[in-house]
Ligand binder design. Structure first.
Ligand SMILES: C[S@@+](CC[C@H](N)C(=O)[O-])C[C@H]1O[C@@H](n2cnc3c(N)ncnc32)[C@H](O)[C@@H]1O
Length: 323
């Protein structure tokens, strides 16, 4: 783990110890060493300890969105995942496109304050970029130091947006944080966003109770928006992809919690789903021309299979509920 160790930040060097160097993984490492463009993430600010030896979900996601804030160990895992689930990048980009449509809907519904839980590394279609022109206020929350570091950098000149480094599993620490209190008035409607993050919260942490606690603090007229990876929609969306994902994060903890439709629906207890309800994210409300423009994707090594063409990637459900 390091806060500021440029020697560790070798853009084209594979960390063999962090990724089992067998079979496809070894091939991934070899090809990565030759094709990945150089990049130099900034060292962490004091207090933000960025671990470059183990992959992080925020940096793997950043990689799939074509971002630059990822390390060799993240790219190695991303490319391993592609071997198991070739369209995983397309799924993540669909999630980002879903986020954009959700924000447009919420703005049209009159919401002007947003709490984005598990906000990730700033990338294409950031919430504060989308709501900024409507003079909206945004509080981002992420547990990951790289997400916090990069968000602080991007938000340096933003008066109406900030990021809190916090664990969303502790709603009181988020909602009562001074920065949240500064920007959010919980006596007025707020949109709470939980996109692409609930699968990081295992059942044993009772994510339904966590969501309920946020709901209890939300004024009538507030919205809850979420997306969740679902099990059993396709032959490869459960078993081996989940296994590869969890093994990649190496600490032995189950990291990817796919859920059934019924369990996903239960997050909306106390909310009324707006049309079209809980559906695959690709089907949630019409896409505009700007949504159809593909989000940029990373250049994958030659041995990584090409993504399966749409409509192959139906792996996440999404919806918006009104309090
Ligand atoms: C896949 S990204 C999703 C980013 C964004 N919400 C989107 O949909 O585009 C998930 C993010 O959730 C963050 N995260 C995971 N568990 C968290 C927790 N317990 N508290 C706060 N953030 C968390 C990760 O660090 C990561 O940045």
């Amino acid at each position: 783990m390091t806060g500021a160790n440029p020697q560790h930040d070798e853009p084209n060097v594979h960390h063999a110890a962090a990724s089992p160097a067998t079979g496809a993984a070894a091939a991934t490492a070899t090809v990565m060493a030759t094709v990945m463009p150089p990049h130099r993430p900034r060292p962490g600010r004091p207090g933000l300890m960025i671990d470059q030896d183990r992959p992080s979900t925020s940096r793997v996601y950043d990689y799939f969105l074509g971002g630059q804030h990822n390390y060799p160990v993240d790219r190695a895992l991303a490319e391993q995942l592609c071997l198991t689930l070739p369209d995983i990048g397309a799924i993540m980009r669909e999630n980002r496109a879903f986020l954009r449509r959700v924000i447009r809907f919420l703005l049209a519904a009159g919401v002007r304050q947003f709490l984005d839980l598990g906000s990730g590394i700033p990338n294409q279609g950031n919430v504060h970029d989308l709501v900024g022109c409507a003079r909206g206020r945004v509080v981002y929350v992420d547990i990951d130091p790289t997400a916090v570091e990069t968000s602080l950098e991007v938000l340096a000149d933003e008066a109406n947006a900030t990021i809190i480094q916090a664990d969303l599993r502790d709603p009181a620490s988020v909602l009562d944080h001074p920065q949240a209190r500064r920007l959010l008035d919980l006596s007025e409607p707020v949109a709470v966003l939980l996109l692409g993050v609930l699968h990081d919260i295992p059942d044993r942490d009772d994510p339904w109770e966590i969501v309920r606690q946020y709901g209890d603090r939300m004024a009538p007229g507030s919205f809850l928006a979420l997306s969740q990876g679902v099990a059993g929609t396709r032959p490869d969306s459960g078993g081996c992809a989940t296994h590869a994902y969890n093994r990649g994060y190496a600490d032995g903890a189950p990291r990817l919690s796919l859920r059934t439709r019924e369990d996903t629906l239960a997050f909306f207890d106390g909310f009324e789903l707006v049309a079209p309800g809980l559906v695959f994210i690709e089907d949630w409300r019409p896409k505009l021309a700007e949504d159809l423009a593909p989000l940029s994707a990373p250049k994958l090594p030659a041995h990584v299979p090409a993504p399966v063409p749409a409509p192959g990637h139906r792996a996440a459900l999404g919806g918006v509920g009104l309090r």
